[in-house]
Design a protein around this ligand. Structure first.
Ligand code: IPE
Ligand code: IPE
Ligand code: MG
Length: 228
């Protein structure tokens, strides 16, 4: 099996998964976190070097306050629970997104986990929380100005070096679950040449077997990057 260096996942469908069972949406989010745990293990065992998971977008603040609050609480709880697993696998944790607007407790937990896992030599787990690609690119442009770059110095490399993913290779494979066929403001720059794998499976049902299926799909693609 050919293993992509960077796999990104738009994990979607938690709410529908819960609704299908007559449960509250938050139950779907809890089941979604368990799926994340299994995927973290499988991805690291398969030798994927970068795994980016979209957990909360800059647009998700539009959701009802009680859902946002519950998601933030879940995030804090599970980040702590993930620690032994991340340390055991040598996985490094990296927050992708803006800290602005996030509750202080969430920010300190994200930074704490980054510091705690900084010495890992295995996979890097990028968790996108309060992430929006347009915001990321706009902030990179603002940093070019703040760094005093002249217009002729603002090129692709200058912007890329100022994204939250600076130093991280481009996305090779972008997976979206739940049957939606859209990007929802995730890694627009980094996924410019990503192969797309769209599946109807709802995120809580996406397990190691589905990840391997996505990798097999990826392995069968011919990537041309604009060439012949
Ligand atoms: C994905 O599940 C998780 C987040 C965006 C937080 P959703 O909550 O979007 O689930 P659906 O799309 O309503 O089923
Ligand atoms: C995308 O899911 C964002 C995350 C997975 C965090 P959404 O459920 O928010 O996306 P839309 O609204 O269906 O595009
Ligand atoms: Mg959704």
């Amino acid at each position: 099996m050919s293993i992509p260096t960077h796999v990104a996942v738009i994990l979607d469908g938690n709410g529908r998964w819960a609704a299908q069972r007559g449960q509250a949406r938050i139950k779907g989010h809890k089941a979604g976190v368990r799926a994340v745990e299994a995927i973290l293990d499988e991805a690291s065992d398969l030798g994927i070097q970068h795994l980016s998971l979209y957990a909360f977008s800059t647009e998700n603040w539009k959701r009802p306050a009680f859902e946002v609050t519950a998601l933030m609480a879940l995030l804090r709880m599970y980040l702590r629970m993930f620690v032994p697993k991340l340390l055991a696998k040598g996985t490094r944790f990296h927050h992708l997104g803006s800290v602005e607007g996030l509750p202080a407790g969430v920010v300190s937990d994200l930074h704490w986990l980054e510091a705690k896992t900084a010495h890992g030599t295995g996979m890097t787990f990028h968790l996108a929380v309060n992430y929006g690609s347009r915001l990321e690119i706009a902030q990179a442009a603002a940093r070019c100005v703040a760094d005093g770059l002249r217009p002729d110095q603002v090129d692709e490399a200058a912007l890329q070096a100022r994204l939250w993913t600076a130093g991280v290779p481009d996305v090779d494979l972008l997976i979206r679950t739940s049957g939606e066929h859209r990007i929802s403001n995730f890694l627009l720059w980094q996924a410019a040449y990503a192969e797309l794998h769209l599946t109807d499976i709802l995120w809580p049902d996406f397990g190691p077997a589905q990840l391997r299926e996505a990798l097999a799909d990826f392995g069968a693609r011919e990537r041309r990057f604009g060439g012949l």
